[in-house]
Design a protein around this ligand. Structure first.
Ligand code: ADP
Ligand code: MG
Ligand code: MG
Length: 347
């Protein structure tokens, strides 16, 4: 069967991961010396956590991976056959689970499958309203550039209008993401980067600087924004509009569209600054959720980005896009893990 690429307007790329999620994880968080609201790559001392979770805990296995969550979120809002996701998985049961989730939720996966490889996993330790993410990338980090420009994938790059990149892909083979962003922005397509985790601007700031000129939208949460400011010589703490302004003013390769920076802040207001009105930050309050409406906040930011992109690709004005982002984030917070409500409801 040949799949026509022409209707697919959103191309997402990132690390496809299975989330292994447990609740009331306070003990494990202290045992592994983790921050309750953070995202890290597993070091040697964290590796036993996956076995331990599977052996000793009630684990929910759910489709995860930041950009993949966003892809499923955008697909929730957009007509069928609008969203593709590229990444690298292994040849295992976890990959089959991810494929099934994508299929069910209207995302066409363009996976590179590594023979004999293992699919990446993310331990999600929920405590209260926080989540601590510990990721073992396995083959997720091994996406080959050839795959991206292959006869199977390239037609989707050609037909897409918007590209969504999670910051995590700047940690391994960053040139693949940088080349992609450069090439598509040269053809005046829209590039959206999510900073993804505080350690990305902390440890991969050079890569962010290299890719930023090709980015039309940069999305982050408050902790990533602060980490970016600290990495770039600003005195922190610094307020969100000032950080958004500084990011908006980073060099840009094409002048149009002017860059827009969006900083979410959990239950606090979202800040938006566009470079054409850099001293007029727009502040969007978040509707408070009742305690009993909150299951966990895993994937909230990814869902926000999905709702935002879905509305953006539907031609909606910026205010409406932010609102759709907030609404999809609220829905995600009401489900276990980065999931949406099926059957579909209006948002
Ligand atoms: P991330 O998941 O990347 O850390 P945020 O925590 O900023 O992103 O959350 C993204 C969006 O999810 C927020 O803008 C808001 O709409 C919603 N959200 C997150 N946490 C809460 C909360 N505790 N109460 C209500 N809404 C929330
Ligand atoms: Mg948060
Ligand atoms: Mg996020």
């Amino acid at each position: 069967m040949t799949m026509s690429s022409s209707s697919y307007s959103l191309f997402c790329i990132g690390h496809p991961l299975i989330d292994m999620q447990i609740r009331q994880a306070e003990n494990l968080i202290s045992k592994y010396n983790l921050n309750p609201n953070d995202a890290i790559l597993a070091g040697e001392r964290h590796e036993p956590i996956y076995e331990e979770l599977a052996r000793e805990h009630q684990v929910a296995y759910v489709a995860g991976g930041a950009a993949q969550n966003t892809a499923r979120g955008a697909a929730y809002v957009l007509p069928p056959d609008s969203v593709v996701f590229a990444g690298c998985v292994g040849e295992d049961e976890l990959a089959e689970q991810l494929k099934a989730a994508n299929r069910r939720e209207g995302v066409l996966d363009l996976y590179q499958v590594k023979k004999g490889g293992k699919t990446g996993a993310c331990a999600v330790l929920v405590s209260g309203h926080f989540r601590s993410l510990v990721t073992s990338l396995r083959v997720a980090k091994d996406l080959d550039e050839e795959h991206l420009w292959s006869a199977r994938v390239k037609p989707f790059i050609d037909s897409a209008k918007v590209f969504y990149l999670e910051g995590y892909i700047l940690t391994h083979r960053p040139e693949i993401a940088i080349q992609l962003a450069r090439r598509v922005s040269e053809s005046n397509k829209i590039v959206v980067l999510n900073l993804a985790a505080p350690y990305i601007p902390r440890l991969f700031n050079t890569q962010i600087q290299t890719i930023a000129p090709y980015c039309d939208f940069i999305i982050s949460n408050e902790a990533e924004a602060e980490a970016w400011a600290a990495s770039n010589g600003y005195r922190v703490p610094m307020n969100m509009p000032s950080i958004a302004k500084a990011i908006a003013l980073l060099p840009k390769a094409n002048p149009s569209p002017p860059r827009t920076v969006i900083i979410t802040h959990g239950s606090q207001s979202t800040t938006v600054v566009s470079v054409d009105q850099v001293d007029v930050p727009r502040i969007y309050p978040v509707e408070p959720l009742k305690e009993e409406e909150i299951v966990d906040t895993n994937g909230a930011g990814d869902a926000f980005a999905g709702g935002f992109l879905g509305a953006f690709l539907s031609g909606r004005a910026l205010d409406h896009c932010i609102k759709t982002g907030h609404n999809l984030a609220a829905m995600c917070i009401g489900q276990e893990g980065p999931q949406y409500k099926w059957p579909r409801v209006e948002i």
